[in-house]
Design a protein around this ligand. Structure first.
Ligand code: ATP
Ligand code: BTN
Length: 277
């Protein structure tokens, strides 16, 4: 039986239960792949798939997302927007705001956001990745639909990863109740996605900036086959683009196909498509 009990989750969601249609699986390839298939078959907005185990969990740019039933929360949410794809820049940042709010409401301390899709935790050893957001968009006749995948470490993954990683227990949330946690995240997501649909990322930008981990810190933007772009990180603009103060002036970076790192760091930098064994 799956770790998530739908009756209990519904109770935790309270009046919001009607906005979500949740399916809990013991196992699937990837909750985002499964939800994409269901979306193509006509699943309604608000469909959620949560799985204990993913056989092929995905991060951005074909990377792997590693999880285990005991120490992770992995799920995907389908949302529809009456707006063209071009208007949805900043959606992964908005989702980060919802995650940070929900984790803080559970008592987590030291949660921060990194452009474009990471939730980091400030630890004694530096910033470490606590959660990742994968947004996949598909245009349709009425606008577009987004499959929003979220992977959250409840405790630190036991495997070696190229970058520092953290678990929610390190943020002071011990033995998190998955039902309360998932309900809290879905509640914040409903609020954030409604606001995003109405006013775009600009409505959430102040909250994102407030939690931005590397504000005014020297960083490098690494794109494949390109020289690193170095500058001071100014956060995100109203469209969700990264703002970088360089010697040539402030540059806007729209492409998510880059990696943002502290200046001089070579951690976790490798070609896209590389998977972890
Ligand atoms: P960037 O996109 O800036 O290069 P990133 O290295 O975090 O940042 P993403 O593609 O955003 O890369 O996230 C996927 C990466 O997350 C994987 O390459 C892997 O190193 C890492 N990862 C995989 N599983 C986990 C996990 N459970 N917790 C934290 N990090 C993980
Ligand atoms: C990233 O940091 O690159 C994003 C990681 C997103 C992982 C989640 S886990 C649930 C959903 N299913 C997937 O295969 N990926 C996302």
């Amino acid at each position: 039986m799956a770790l998530i009990d739908l009756v209990l989750l519904k109770a935790r969601l309270g009046e919001l239960a009607g906005r979500f249609d949740v399916d809990a699986l013991e196992s699937c390839d990837s909750t985002s792949s499964e939800l994409m298939r269901r979306a193509e078959a006509g699943a309604p907005a608000g469909t959620v798939i949560v799985a204990d185990r993913q056989e092929a969990g995905r991060g951005r740019r074909g990377r792997s997302w590693l999880s285990s039933p005991e120490s992770s929360l992995t799920f995907s949410v389908l949302w529809r927007f009456n707006a063209p794809l071009a208007r949805l820049g900043g959606l992964s940042l908005a989702v980060g705001v919802a995650l940070a709010r929900a984790l803080e409401a559970q008592g987590a301390r030291g949660v921060g956001l990194k452009w474009p899709n990471d939730v980091l935790l400030a630890t004694a050893a530096g910033d470490a990745k606590l959660a990742g957001v994968l947004v996949e968009l598909v245009g349709d006749r009425r606008g577009c639909q987004a499959v929003i995948g979220i992977g959250l470490n409840l405790s630190r993954p036991a495997v070696e990863l190229p970058q520092p990683v953290a678990g929610l227990d390190q943020a002071g949330v011990l033995g998190a109740d998955r039902h309360s946690l998932l309900a809290a995240i879905l509640r914040e997501l409903a609020d954030v996605l409604d606001r995003f649909a109405y006013a775009g990322f600009s409505a959430l930008r102040p909250e994102w900036q407030q939690r931005h981990v590397w504000q005014e810190r020297p960083v490098q933007v690494l794109g494949e086959g390109e020289a690193p772009l170095v500058g001071s990180c100014l956060g995100a603009d109203d469209d969700g683009a990264l703002l970088l103060a360089t010697a040539a002036g402030v540059q806007r970076i729209y492409s998510g196909d880059v990696s943002l790192r502290p200046e001089g760091s070579t951690l976790g930098v490798r070609p896209a498509g590389t998977t972890l064994g």
